[in-house]
Design a protein around this ligand. Sequence first.
Ligand code: DX5
Ligand code: ZN
Length: 215
Amino acid sequence: MAHIIAPSLLSADFARLEQAVALVEASPAPWLHLDVMDGMFVPNISFGPPVIKAIRPLSKKVFDVHLMIMDPDRYIHAFRDAGAERLSVHYEACTHLHRTVQAIKAAGMKAGVAINPHTPVHLLEDIVEDIDQVCMMSVNPGFGGQRFIHGTYRKLDRLRELRELRGASLLIEVDGGVSLENAAELADHGADVLVAGNSVFGAAGPAAAIRALSA
Ligand code: DX5
Ligand code: ZN
């Protein structure tokens, strides 16, 4: 399967969100990645449901919402109502992860689990059959524009093995430090979705950057 590019709005100019969304809209990227941060789970605060709701009418892309927040159960319906179609929560932020995943699906969304760079893939072995995607962090979450962590390749290989072993059909998403330098190798290691923030919105030509990453 050809990989999906999910540009992350985190690196866009927040004073010109409408233009950033329009740029993605006109691009071949099928998803828009939306990073929600609470200043507790990660040391940064970004945006929440009101901003997502405001841009929802501007886009037909799949809204892939990545919650970097503690106890995300509190906000599942708020994000669904704002227009999220895929909702990822962090393994490290959920005490009752299975319950949270079921609640996301019951709300009508695809459910994802994100794991931090230090979290081993094997901890997902009893949840992989229940989820639609794994968001594998290839940087420590909280900020755009960080350097890709090389150990991600090994984790991707393990996740592919686990997916096969369990006959699961989840998508594997890589998030953080994705660029033209590593996109092809990540796809070779089984990444189905590549999130790209800085390499798109930090580029001189963001539309060309999306096209190049999609190739
Ligand atoms: C990091 C976020 C990422 C971020 C990626 O905490 O989850 O989605 O926007 O940005 P880049 O591609 O710049 O590493
Ligand atoms: Zn993200």
